[in-house]
Design a protein around this ligand. Sequence first.
Ligand code: ZN
Length: 155
Amino acid sequence: MPTSHDVRLPLDRSPRFPDRCVRCGMPEPGHTWRHAARSVGLSWLFPLALGRRVAVDVPACHACEEKLSAQRLRRRLVDFALVAAGVAVAITLLDGASTPWRRVLGFASALVFVLPAIVHHTLFPPPYDLTVGSDHVDHEFADPLYARDVSHLNR
Ligand SMILES: [Zn+2]
């Protein structure tokens, strides 16, 4: 089952990457793609939420840079739409309900809508993504060989 291949590095360490495009593998792309993430769990949904921001410049050829940016935007829009749909359905279904389980049911409804996106992200990871923790950054690669090379370069 394809999942991302992660390389965990300390938060204060700049990662070193092999000199080839993270998406297509073209050697010496002479270009990078900037990807950033925040440490707060739902910051992708609420861009104004506070959290430590980490930006990484990953080698990518010009053609792939545009595709990576478009893919990232598409994923964020789909995620936002699914969460909004889940919340809207929960509000509609639970309107006027007086059950003590109201919050749990609302959360479960939103989760039902978000679950397909989580499964899709797991089965079809982007070429590069990052997750920021309290003291580390997980650099996530779709290509296991690229991840292996990053791991070796950052020992
Ligand atoms: Zn490329």
